[in-house]
Design a protein around this ligand. Structure first.
Ligand SMILES: [Cu+2]
Length: 286
């Protein structure tokens, strides 16, 4: 959604995810987790032009998407559209609403697009995403480059029978809040994201710079000036997720304190990113 380009954090937030995106494919024991073996693995590749290539049919249920790219870094997103709302309309409203802060377009986009999650990948490291999709028509797209083609795929056939991998779960609640728990997450594994709020959200985990605290981030948000108190080398972001949906992504981060936040624009607040409405808290990577 190129949310990464939104708002005053500017370049620092844009680059903060350039580092460690995804972890290895094996668990601590060196063996794949049972859920990983059971899930159907879908290969997704994203080329230099941000074109997504993936199977045209995917099994319903819990499926793992392995995302490889020849771009330095790519962001894969899955979504579906309301009946009668075309890809062209969605792309136009997304461009106007998310890039140009046109609130009417943003509202139309949010009313007609179900965001089902996503994750990043770099040239060096594939991304891994787990989704639980019902039969239907979906689109896979690369969101770092606006206007890149959307690749349709159908979810149909026999359910995989797999379950979502276990892991630390970050949950959005109420309207624009993060659940207080967990206070800390492991350095690697599966990160689950549940949206139990009534708005679209995505995860940004940004490492606080040495000596900085969440209070410094608080000051930064309130002043909307100066460099953000984050270390741009380390971070993680997810694709966007609509209310009621779940996803999981593989990750690996150095230990330390991180800001958990979201920059989805709030249509009821003239497009203000959720971070500026107080949607942030500290998360310790232990
Ligand atoms: Cu949000």
């Amino acid at each position: 959604m190129s949310i990464h380009r939104i708002a005053t954090l500017g370049a620092s937030i844009t680059v903060l995810t350039a580092g460690a995106l995804t972890g290895s494919t094996v668990g601590a024991t060196g063996q794949p987790a049972p859920s990983e073996r059971a899930a159907t693995m879908v290969q997704v590749s994203i080329d230099r032009a941000s074109t997504v290539t993936m199977p045209s049919v995917v099994a319903p249920g819990v499926t793992t998407y392995k995302i490889s790219t020849t771009k330095r870094r790519a962001a894969f997103q899955v979504l579906s559209l309301a009946t009668g709302y075309s890809v062209d309309q969605a792309m136009a409203d997304g461009n106007q609403g998310l890039e140009k802060n046109n609130i009417k377009a943003l509202k139309r986009f949010e009313a007609n697009v179900t965001l089902l999650g996503g994750t990043g990948a770099t040239r060096d490291k594939a991304g891994k995403l787990v989704l639980d999709l019902e039969p239907g028509t979906y689109y896979g797209l690369e969101t770092n480059r606006f206007g890149a083609p959307w690749t349709p795929f159908t979810v149909a056939g026999v359910d995989t029978g797999a379950t979502m991998p276990s892991g630390a779960t970050l949950k959005a609640v109420d309207s624009t809040k993060w659940a207080k728990e967990p206070a800390s997450i492991p350095r690697s594994g599966w990160l689950r994201f549940k949206n139990r709020a009534d708005q679209n959200h995505f995860i940004i985990l940004a490492k606080l710079a040495r000596g900085k605290t969440i209070d410094d981030f608080d000051d930064f948000i309130k002043d909307e000036s100066g460099p953000p108190p984050i270390d741009p080398r380390f971070g993680l972001d997810s694709g966007a997720l609509s209310p009621g949906h779940d996803m999981a992504m593989k990750y690996r981060l150095p230990k330390g304190n991180y800001v958990l936040t979201c920059f989805w624009p709030d249509a009821s607040m003239k497009g203000m990113p959720h971070a500026f409405m107080g949607m942030y808290r500290v998360v310790t990577v232990r």
